[in-house]
Design a protein around this ligand. Sequence first.
Ligand code: NAD
Length: 421
Amino acid sequence: MSNERYEFFKVIQDYLQKAARVINLDPAVEAILSQPRNEIITHFPVRMDNGEVRLFKGYRIQHNNLLGPFKGGIRYHENVTLDDVKALAAMMTWKCALMRIPYGGAKGGIKFNPREHSQSELQRITRRFTHALGSNIGPEYDIPAPDVGTNAQMMAWIMDTYMNSVGHVNKQANRGVVTGKPVASGGTVGREKATGQGAVHCITEWCRENRFNLEGSTYIVQGFGNVGSNAAIILSRYGASLTAVGDHSGYLSSPEGFNAHKLAEWVKAKGSIAGYPSGQPITREEFFATRCDIFIPAALEGQITPVEAQAISARLVVEGANGPTTPEGERVLISRGVTIIPDVLANSGGVTVSYYEWVQNKRSESWELEEVDTKLELAMKRAYGEVSGLARARDVDMRTAAYCVALERLQTVYRERDIFP
Ligand code: NAD
């Protein structure tokens, strides 16, 4: 479907409204949360490798900072719009509240295709955007992270630009201005796989509740970047088989199962799944119709409309991506008895380990992988249990339940603190 016509922010506002009714949310709290607090749009010039200057459009939306600093990724994609970034920023507020992380919600983006630029251009675009944002970001104010089209290297450039712009005295204290950095530059072990890992914790919890055996089961993944590839690699360790996969370059099927690890290595080297020597090319329609037990959308929003929802054979859809299921698609899936583990829960492992990175930066510590993994597992299982428990108690779907848990926490804090002045 066309991304352009999907009114993502309106969808998020409707989810907020639906959950607000379930828990009788204070109308004042609902009104505050229904709009972002700050919307920053900046046009900034960057010199290209050929000497020409090109103007870029960047966004940073700061949705809410009741629970702590604004927090959220930065996306580089040709379809980035203000509407998308507003939706994604609001979702970060719900995620941090649900995960009991002392952060608010934000999101940023630049509207361009990073695949069309050299590393040196990407570096100048990233540094110039950071400079344009100036003091609108900071380790105690607003903390970016990777999202679609951005990675650890870009976070290192943001950190370096910020550190060198704000003065020398507190230089090291400013490492926490971004998370998802390379480990040597102050990142944490376990961050790169964290979102995929968190999604798999949700899957194993669902399997436990539903007495479903992952060994010998099948799954398909749309989007084989950070989230999709890590989820696939971790899930394959449980004996589940990856039988179809797709990304921006196309779709592949392999009834006998892909080696997720090898496929991820290929994508790292080549930039996409195109040309991977095993598996048969299939169409997008054939991909969605592939017989499987679990489907992990891990690409972009608005992918599962009623058409795809009718075709999906999985019992479980685990939203690695943000907003992959349209409300109409969701209605079809639910009517067909498919469970959806919603984005706000399923992909919150990323921001959870980002928080661990930020804590380590504040304390000048570096934790062992086991410590990060154990903390993440506990956090994901607690959140899954709360959402699943509320869904059963109130007889609502998992998405509404996740919103309810998050909104109840935000409401409690608004009630305690009230509105200033
Ligand atoms: P990424 O850039 O590493 O990967 C994105 C993937 O989507 C790539 O495989 C790309 O080819 C594919 N893709 C792009 N356009 C597509 C299209 N039109 N059709 C099919 N596939 C397409 O990004 P990521 O970090 O893995 O993020 C993926 C999703 O997960 C996004 O919705 C993002 O907001 C969400 N998310 C990411 C994190 C994180 O820690 N990186 C955390 C939470 C949520």
